[in-house]
Design a protein around this ligand. Sequence first.
Ligand code: AKB
Length: 315
Amino acid sequence: MEKILVIGAAGQLGSELTRSLADQFGTEQVIATDLNEAAKSKFDFCRFQVLDVMDKKGLRNLVKQEKITQIYHLAAVLSAVGEKKPLFAWELNMESLLHVLELAREFNLNKVYWPSSIAVFGPNTPKINTPQYCVKEPNTIYGISKQAGERWCEYYFQKYNVDVRSLRYPGLIGYKSLPGGGTTDYAVDIYHKALAGEKFDCFLREDSSLPMMYMPDAIKATLDLMNAPRESVKIRSSYNLAAMNFTPKESYESILKHIPDFKIEYNPDFRQAIADSWPDSIDDSCARKDWGWQHDYDLDAMTKDILENLPNYKF
Ligand code: AKB
């Protein structure tokens, strides 16, 4: 029987993925952990424990005592916050991954999941339909840490047979958690402002196209990858993954169809340079071929779903 440890469970992805893992494996089989004690209230459906992923000993004890068989390591400093605190971002993003990979090797864990990002790409990467394999010269600390992390994942798979799996997420958009310091997070915040009847001050240019994905698709992709037979997972660095691409203007226009008096202003800041270094669109044909990835949501379907559900959601 699997015993699942989710690290960084209270973040954007973990808040929703942990519930799906509890549905799949049973509530007793999932332990949600986060740095923040206040996050406990989100996890009334499974066990919750405070854990600092940098506490190597505490993490090891937990894995040993609870006989953990799979780790989902979701804790990370994202792109925009990482540029404010580069050394901290590097230390947290890299050391935590190494702790987890080492534990996977030591305790012979069945599987590890670790998210990568479109941030592994950089200004010299082809921007349109960015291929799985191409030049990657990321110029954010977050991107550099994700790129190095991908190499570590592949290394542990090849050298130690650790079954580690990973996806290069585009910007993820969900309504069950608040924006968490990413460059693509304008596309989360815009819905909150629209529903609050406020003008939205966008930190990117109106024509800045980025690859994006609605959270239910991201959860589906993660579970599909993790449930795929070992031999189908042919890429052990991280898979390109895509659903839709849009600009702030397109996002705004999609909301206008429901809230006609919504207003936006564009005031690009330092995050524009980050967005400019990332692809406009992603070629994810390897994921589609190897383990049957298919997305469900486009921009308008996502907008409709968020505007219907966010007003009733309790944080
Ligand atoms: C960010 O904007 O930093 C993240 C990402 C694209 O990985 N959402």
